[in-house]
Design a protein around this ligand. Structure first.
Ligand SMILES: [Zn+2]
Length: 133
């Protein structure tokens, strides 16, 4: 069993853990009564308006990027500081919303290239046929 710190549990409540850690924590919650109690306690404290430094930091610093920013990030045209921040947000914090957005943007960018490849293939196939004749 993994030992989770309060910080981990807070990140879990914020859905700020990497996806695989979210999953393993969820699995452990099912048969670790003590862990569940701690999570409930932290959640109750948060509902009471008491937030740890970590929670406040995440809420105010780790805001999500816009689609435009993410697009720029993919193209590598963002200012370095912004790009590094996004890398941290997506890779280290593992924001699932931004990861999903990035995957979506990657698909969109890949699509025209894919179509162009098919067109090129068709062109070669037809000209090969033409040469044979
Ligand atoms: Zn995000």
């Amino acid at each position: 069993m993994t030992h989770y710190t309060d910080y981990d549990l807070e990140a879990y409540l914020d859905e700020a853990l990497p996806a695989d850690e979210m999953t393993s924590l969820e699995q452990q919650l099912r048969d670790d009564r003590g862990l569940l109690d701690r999570l409930a306690e932290i959640n109750a404290r948060r509902d009471g308006g008491v937030h740890s430094l970590g929670a406040i930091w995440r809420r105010h610093r780790l805001t999500c990027a816009s689609r435009t920013q993410l697009g720029g990030y993919l193209l590598g045209i963002l200012p370095e500081a912004e790009s590094r921040y996004l890398e941290f947000h997506v890779e280290i914090v593992g924001c699932r919303l931004c990861q999903a957005n990035l995957a979506d943007l990657r698909n969109q960018q890949a699509e025209p290239a894919g179509r162009a490849n098919i067109r090129r293939q068709k062109y070669f196939q037809s000209s090969a046929g033409y040469l044979k004749r």
